[in-house]
Design a protein around this ligand. Structure first.
Ligand code: PLP
Length: 376
């Protein structure tokens, strides 16, 4: 058996190598390095993939996408932004960077996502934005979150860095791609993400044309016309080489999601009956594209399990080990005794198994057997 990796990008590349190599060389030969035709083409193809009225604004990475989204919303220092405490740091980082106040909230213990009920309790007169994070590959329950935002006149910026390609299903049965339901969606093309470049990349999406225009201006030095700057903006572009690669990989995105779902189903079947282990719950109104396959270890032996797996050649990761409000840089946003019980519990219990598009049955069996043997 080959070495088991947390993420295997080399094997994935080997299957599309001829196409990718040619597209990269084309960019170099054309010297259209900045905002060239490959960027336009990828933007148009991603718009088509996400749905008819979605405007895509490519940018340099997922963190920039979140920052640009908040900069486009005309907020003022001290405005409150509600954000889950169980997420990657980038989500809260940009809030702090812009002088806004992150208000950290708990998540649902089963889906790991924030809910409208949790958000509702954190709304104050200073709240301006909600940033739901579609964690590990499935959507938050967006319909009630949008209704809540409507009622309180709040913006919703979806952090969709981990869930590109997943579908949210409305109560009426209609489905829509994750990230297109909030006023703005943000995504990352970091190499290990479900749609990963061979370097950094990101994008924003919105169906609001005026908002799309504001976002474009912010991402381009605050200029509507070259050399006329109406706002302070940033310089955040998707590289043409990365766009060429992403344009090819976008065609495989649904097949990649299926490969991840197949691996997740195998893990489920092999691990669902293991005592002290909880398999990931599926949000009832979302498909799951498994950016991560995350288990909960409920007998307090998560770290022992991880050491055991490492010894047996099975990599694993803890996403995320520390609640945001306990991070040195963010603790001042919360009172001293601040504690969110579910976040605390998840930080102690979660462990993510290898998840990528190249896991074969032999690898999955080995991983499942190894996990089972720890609990036997
Ligand atoms: C990866 C990620 C980001 C940041 O994306 P980068 O491209 O690395 O800047 C933001 N939020 C979440 C939830 C992520 O997983």
């Amino acid at each position: 058996m080959q070495n088991i990796q947390m993420v295997d990008l080399k094997t994935q590349y080997s299957k599309i190598q001829a196409e990718v190599d040619e597209a990269v060389l084309e960019v170099i030969r054309s010297a259209a390095f900045i905002n060239g035709p490959k960027v336009k083409s990828f933007q148009a193809n991603l718009e088509a993939y996400l749905g008819a009225d979605t405007n895509v604004i490519p940018c340099a990475n997922g963190t920039d996408a979140l920052q640009i989204a908040l900069m486009a919303l005309d907020l003022k220092p001290g405005d409150e932004v509600i954000v889950p405490s169980f997420t990657y740091v980038a989500t809260a980082e940009v809030i702090g960077l812009l002088g806004l106040k992150p208000v950290m909230v708990d998540v649902d213990p089963h889906t790991f996502n924030v809910t409208a009920e949790i958000i509702a309790e954190a709304i104050t007169p200073a709240t301006r934005v909600i940033v739901p994070v579609n964690l590990f590959g499935q959507s938050c329950d967006m319909e009630p979150i949008m209704a809540l935002a409507d009622k309180h006149k709040l913006w919703v910026v979806e952090d969709n860095a981990q869930a590109i390609g997943a579908d949210y299903i409305f109560a009426g049965g209609r489905s829509q791609k994750t990230g297109t339901i909030g006023h703005i969606g943000c995504t990352s093309f970091y190499p290990s993400k479900n749609l990963g470049a061979y370097g950094d990349g990101g994008a924003l999406y919105t169906s609001d044309k005026a908002l799309a225009e504001r976002i474009r201006v912010v991402a381009n030095h605050g200029q509507q016309r070259t050399y006329y700057h109406d706002h302070i903006g940033v310089n955040s572009r998707l590289d043409s080489v990365q766009a060429a690669i992403l344009d090819i990989k976008l065609r495989h995105l649904d097949a990649y999601a299926e490969a991840r779902q197949t691996a997740a189903a195998a893990y489920d079947a092999g691990l669902m009956d293991v005592k002290d282990l909880v398999i990931p719950a599926r949000q009832h109104n979302s498909t799951h594209v498994f950016h991560q396959y995350t288990l909960r270890v409920t007998n307090g032996k998560r770290d022992e399990l991880q050491a055991f797996l490492r010894e047996k050649g099975v990599p694993s990761m803890i996403y995320y080990p520390v609640p945001l409000y306990k991070q040195e840089a963010y603790s001042h946003y919360a009172p001293d005794d601040f504690e969110l019980p579910v976040t605390e519990q998840l930080c102690r219990e979660v462990i993510s198994l290898p998840m990528h598009t190249e896991l074969n049955r032999e690898m999955l069996n080995y991983i499942i057997d190894t996990v089972q043997s720890f609990f036997a």
